[in-house]
Design a protein around this ligand. Structure first.
Ligand code: 0O2
Ligand code: 0O2
Length: 221
């Protein structure tokens, strides 16, 4: 096993475990017949090429080390997508209450959006992983955002990759306008939140009620 693979092992384990845990929370809400504040969850270990870029940016050697582990706090990344802006606060509170995550820092890029137009809520937390060599804690960056914020960030991220951060003025302006449009979309959706949720609950109940196998199963319970 290479030294990078060994170094990144605990981060991979943290990402895999937290994806299961947060996806499990969504299932628990559904099992209780409640609307989940979590729509979907993704996660990744920062690719080596991005670790390289970040270590150059921060002026530290590109090698598996204590210093790298301390400086790059987003090697393990979890992203939680919500339907509505209010769900973000609910998810943040759920995270604050967890015993397995110790919050180190919170960054509210929703109240204070970035100049690019980027909006999301970030939490840096310490997460313990059990390894064959014993327990160790790794930092994890959890990004919480709405579907609209995620749509904007994914598009902007791809364009950033293309232009290497140096956007033509026209594109920069259009991205800022798109970010405002995403913000308005979130506001509009929030204003009809209860109608949307009622329709979603009706849809899932009806889908089950129309299936005789599921109906019988439920009646037996
Ligand atoms: P690119 O070009 O970077 O977008 P699963 O099998 O569903 O459990 P899977 O398919 O391994 O999981 O990954 P998942 O959870 O669907 O997430 C994959 C993509 O989401 C990755 O894209 C990441 O870029 C992005 N992503 C997810 N979570 C985070 C996060 O917390 N931080 C950051 N920066 N990115 C995240 P790719 O495939 O690497 O391609
Ligand atoms: P990736 O993995 O490609 O997404 P840092 O730069 O991390 O040392 P900073 O500036 O405090 O310190 O980090 P920040 O801005 O709190 O969080 C960084 C991450 O937030 C980024 O990861 C992105 O995932 C996301 N992000 C921040 N600003 C923007 C933005 O303007 N557009 C988009 N699309 N995403 C943003 P990386 O490092 O880019 O890596």
């Amino acid at each position: 096993m290479g030294q990078w693979e060994r170094f990144l092992g605990p981060y991979k384990q943290a990402v895999d475990e937290l994806k299961v845990k947060f996806r499990g929370m969504r299932s628990q809400y559904q099992a209780e017949g409640m609307t989940s504040p979590i729509e979907f969850v993704t996660g990744r270990v920062k690719p080596l090429a991005s670790i390289y870029d970040k270590s150059m940016e921060k002026g530290i050697p590109f090698e598996p080390s204590e210093q790298l582990a301390r400086t790059l706090q987003d090697i393990a990344g979890i992203r939680i997508m919500c339907q509505f802006v209010d769900d973000i606060a609910t998810v943040v509170n759920l995270i604050r209450q967890r015993d397995d995550l110790k919050i180190i820092e919170e960054k509210d890029y929703i109240t204070n959006k970035k100049p690019s137009g980027y909006r999301s809520y970030h939490i840096i937390a310490e997460y313990p992983v059990e390894t064959v060599k014993g327990k160790m804690t790794v930092p994890v960056e959890i990004q919480i955002r709405t579907l609209a914020m995620n749509f904007w960030a994914s598009i902007e991220h791809s364009l950033n990759y293309k232009y290497k951060g140096d956007f033509p003025e026209e594109i920069k302006l259009r991205l800022q306008r798109a970010a405002e449009a995403a913000f308005r979309l979130d506001e509009e959706m929030s204003s009809i939140r209860y109608e949307i949720q009622e329709a979603q609950a009706f849809f899932s109940e009806n889908k089950e009620a129309q299936n005789p196998m599921i109906r019988e199963e439920k009646e037996r319970e």
